[in-house]
Write a new protein. Structure first.
Ligand code: CA
Ligand code: CA
Length: 200
């Protein structure tokens, strides 16, 4: 694992050097430092209204109010200021699948990858296998995710011990690029996850 980490860090530095040399060229093209173009960030539904990143000023204002994000299996993204409101939405999603068979504990539940499009190093978490800290290797590295189509979904947190901003992925939700989701104005969820909660 340590050797892989060393190689990965080496590759990252090379990519960083490349990105830096190309950043001037991309500056004309709305590319932000994480390598995600503005257009790729998904719209947020906030207090019943959808906000597109193309409406930059309004979108930034909404992004500054959103602390907790809920991603439905159909890909729609909802933003909430308060965790309690996000939790109500999550409860509704999970209640809707009450009659379905839930995977047994220990079954595959969600997979996380270091790079976009489900590539690079990866790991799985199972039901109730919470991670108050993902560890030094994975801290602020997760870039893509798939959740099992049944179960309780998974919540990623910005900080240790399930604190800070959060983003919940419903059962069946996938994201080939966490850069699609806004964490705060001009910052996406790419390379931000520090703790992971998988409700039993
Ligand atoms: Ca990454
Ligand atoms: Ca973090």
């Amino acid at each position: 694992m340590k050797m892989i980490k060393t190689i990965t860090v080496g590759i990252c530095f090379s990519v960083l050097a490349l990105s830096t040399s190309f950043s001037l060229a991309f500056a004309q093209n709305n590319e932000n430092p994480s390598g995600v173009t503005h257009n790729q960030v998904k719209p947020i539904i906030f207090e019943g209204q959808s906000y597109s990143p193309q409406q930059a000023a309004t979108f930034t204002q909404v992004a500054s109010q959103v602390n907790h994000t809920v991603v439905e299996a159909n890909g729609r993204v909802f933003g909430y200021e308060h965790k309690a409101d996000a939790d109500k939405h999550i409860d509704r999603i999970l209640a809707a699948q009450n009659n379905e068979v839930v995977p047994e504990e220990g079954d595959y539940h969600a997979t996380f990858w270091d790079f976009y499009k489900y590539t690079g190093a990866s790991f799985d978490v199972s039901l109730a296998q919470n991670k108050p800290y993902v560890g030094d290797f994975w801290n602020n590295e997760i870039s893509s995710i798939k959740t099992a189509y049944k179960g309780s979904g998974v919540t990623l947190y910005e900080n240790i011990n399930f604190t800070g901003s959060s983003i919940f992925f419903a059962p069946g939700a996938v994201s080939e690029n966490l850069g699609w989701f806004i964490l705060r104005p001009n910052v996406t969820w790419d390379d931000q996850t520090t703790s992971i909660e998988v409700k039993p």
